[in-house]
Design a protein around this ligand. Sequence first.
Ligand code: NAP
Length: 283
Amino acid sequence: MITSKTQLVGLFGHPVSHSQSPMMHNAAFAETGLDFAYSAFDVEPEALEDAVAGIRALGLRGINVTIPHKVAIMPMLDEIDPLAKRIGAVNTVVSKDGRLFGYNTDGMGYVRSLVEETGIVLDKQIVTMMGAGGAARAVAFTLAEKGVKEIRIINRSRERAAVLADHVGTIVPTRIVEKGEEKDAIADSSLLINTTSIGMLPNVQDTPAPADWLHSGLVVSDLIYNPLETRLLREAKAIGATVHSGVGMFVNQGALAFELWTGIAAPTEVMREVVLQQLTKTV
Ligand code: NAP
């Protein structure tokens, strides 16, 4: 039951109607017995500044931030965590004594789930990443900071790949994979990550990497979680590669936000269960 003592958190995005976050976080609060409640707020871009003032005025404990506000919100906050600054986007805000602190839990959520689910040793990895958008930035910077050996980037737009390669290349050896060289680049990679939206519902027949680019020595990781098993993961599994779906990243970015707001460990398994139930209902 929500009372005058309940601490409020929520999601700022546009649109937010399909978000799994309210159900996932409210299940976590119920499981841990915390007097918190999470709601989704559909915030139009021109209303973002007022909405941020609302965090302070209404005493919200914090918020998650999603498309299209992850970059625009940054100058409206008091402090930005160094990793979020490097990534150039914020997905979690914590309010402490009237000051707003911005974090990015996407990359750490991804890495935590990847390591837990596949047992991968990060500093041994040669990574080929498909995509150079917002999610790619979060994943690439976090993997670079965690000490992977090398990052190779495949992307439709070469300019966007070049910007990411320049930035991440300051931390770890990074190169762009040119068209026609993808199969060779993947051949001696140990981790292949899809950060593009290719293969996401409703385009489930699409794949960012034809099956003949894959090999059994790979861990193949897809950030997409709708569907839970993309064509990329299905084909990777069929040839004996280890596979990792995007649901773990979603759950763990939420778990890390939960921990920033509450100061206690998140009930990750309960959160995963709720998300999986929702996804199997809607797929
Ligand atoms: P974004 O910033 O719009 O970037 C999209 C990326 O996909 C770009 O690299 C883009 O290439 C590429 N792309 C899109 N359509 C393509 C096509 N038809 N052919 C070739 N390349 C294409 O999006 P984002 O925020 O990074 O999200 C990317 C994916 O990650 C989405 O599927 C999203 O659902 C998923 N995601 C998952 C989680 C999670 O928690 N599991 C979190 C965040 C995102 P160009 O640069 O050439 O345009």
